[in-house]
Design a protein around this ligand. Structure first.
Ligand code: AMP
Length: 383
């Protein structure tokens, strides 16, 4: 059986690596000739909307999936008319626009930060009047890993943002969260669902740096409930993740990802069945695998550069995943999972991995991102 994937980055690569032992073969479309999944799949290099490539994929694959949410929805719909395509293109369509995404959360009763659509200087001033400062201004589409967003703290910054407004934006109240958590969930073609434990995540400059599996977290129950609402509403098949802010023990959804997710990479070594294998099982209509954790696990992203391999290999419980990508500032080029049966051992190895990874990281990003707000934020409006 063959699985077609739109997108040839590390997520496609890890899907293929999980699928080979199940007897699956893969074909991958990506415009970049050096897509790192091409090493483990049939490479189809070309534009997302190249009809000839899409036809080849539709003819050759038993099922098609997507590792990247910025693939044109028209290409997904074109494929869906010819070959089973999961997650459904409408899930991608809802995700592509941050405003539609927030409206979907509203419709499902999933709380979010207060927000406003902003496409003119007047709308930005109205948003500031209603939401207060600081606020986070994000492009409605094509933003990820902190790209396309800035924090506005002072009136001068609002004025300059108003002058520079281009693409349609969304303004969100800045949330002084206790921590960021995410849930990775999976739904099969028959509606069967399963959930991994919550992951607790640390971002630096808008990019995920570490993620730790937190079994039995008190917020797991509401996170599961919100994920189930979204999965059912989208008649979803595959893995889906929701990222949340924990505000005083209450969850506010920040965004969802209709695909396997970076905060689920720990599942490769840390869960009975990885998110990658479960995504494949789900889209193929196969039984889902158990999502329970196997011991304790945490993950560290390598951003902008790879750490030295040998000192990491000396650490018991550290598992390396180097993606074969050219290092660039802010680019995810690998990750390291730490797995252990003892909390003190996990802490000690995790600390050493973080230090080794930091030494090589060149995660340079726009300076305006993530500076902590100087003024105490106004009281958070919960929606
Ligand atoms: P996003 O691109 O929406 O995933 O945002 C990237 C990161 O920026 C998040 O993981 C948060 O650390 C931070 N962030 C995004 N939106 C907000 C917000 N409304 N309040 C505070 N921090 C935010």
């Amino acid at each position: 059986m063959k699985v077609g994937i739109l997108g040839g980055g590390q997520l496609a690569r890890m899907l293929a690596l999980a699928g080979h032992p199940l007897g699956l073969r893969f074909a991958v479309i990506d415009p970049a000739p050096d897509g790192c999944a091409f090493a483990v799949a049939e490479p189809l290099c070309g534009a997302w909307n190249d009809r000839e490539l899409l036809d080849r994929l539709a003819r050759g694959a038993d099922v098609v999936t997507c590792e990247f949410e910025n693939v044109p929805v028209e290409s997904l719909r074109y494929l869906a008319e010819r070959v089973p395509t999961y997650p459904p293109p409408e899930a991608q369509a809802a995700k592509r626009d941050r405003l539609r995404e927030k409206q979907l959360f509203d419709e499902l009763g999933i709380p979010t930060a207060a927000y406003a659509a902003v496409s003119s200087p007047e709308e930005l001033r109205e948003a500031v009047a209603r939401l207060g400062l600081p606020l986070v201004l994000k492009t409605r589409s094509h933003g990820y890993d902190g790209k396309g967003q800035r924090v506005l703290r002072r009136q001068e910054e609002v004025s300059s943002a108003a002058r520079e407004l281009g693409a349609p934006m969304i303004a969100e109240q800045f949330i002084p969260f206790l921590r960021e958590v995410s849930i990775v969930a999976v739904r099969g073609r028959n509606g069967q669902t399963a959930y991994y434990p919550l992951a607790e995540n640390v971002h630096t400059h808008g990019i995920l740096f570490t993620s730790r599996c937190r079994p039995a977290d008190p917020l797991e129950a509401p996170a599961r409930d919100y994920a189930r609402r979204l999965l059912d509403r989208l008649d979803y098949a595959g893995v889906l993740a929701i990222e949340f802010f924990d505000v005083g023990g209450r969850l506010l959804a920040n965004e969802f990802a209709p695909r396997v997710h970076n905060t689920g990479h720990w599942t490769i070594e840390g869960a009975e069945t990885s998110q990658f294998e479960n995504h494949l099982r789900a889209i193929l209509g196969w039984p889902l695998g158990a999502t329970c954790p196997v011991g304790l696990a945490a993950m560290v992203n390598c951003i902008g550069g790879l750490p030295e391999r040998e000192p990491l290999l000396e650490l018991n419980g550290a598992h390396l995943h180097f993606y074969g990508k050219q290092p660039r500032p802010g680019r995810k080029v690998g990750h390291v999972t730490v797995r252990s049966n003892s909390e003190p051992e996990l802490e000690s190895v995790f600390g050493r991995v973080v230090a080794l990874v930091r030494r090589q990281a060149h995660d340079v990003r726009p300076a305006e991102l993530q500076r902590p707000p100087e003024a105490a934020p106004r009281q958070v409006q919960l929606r």
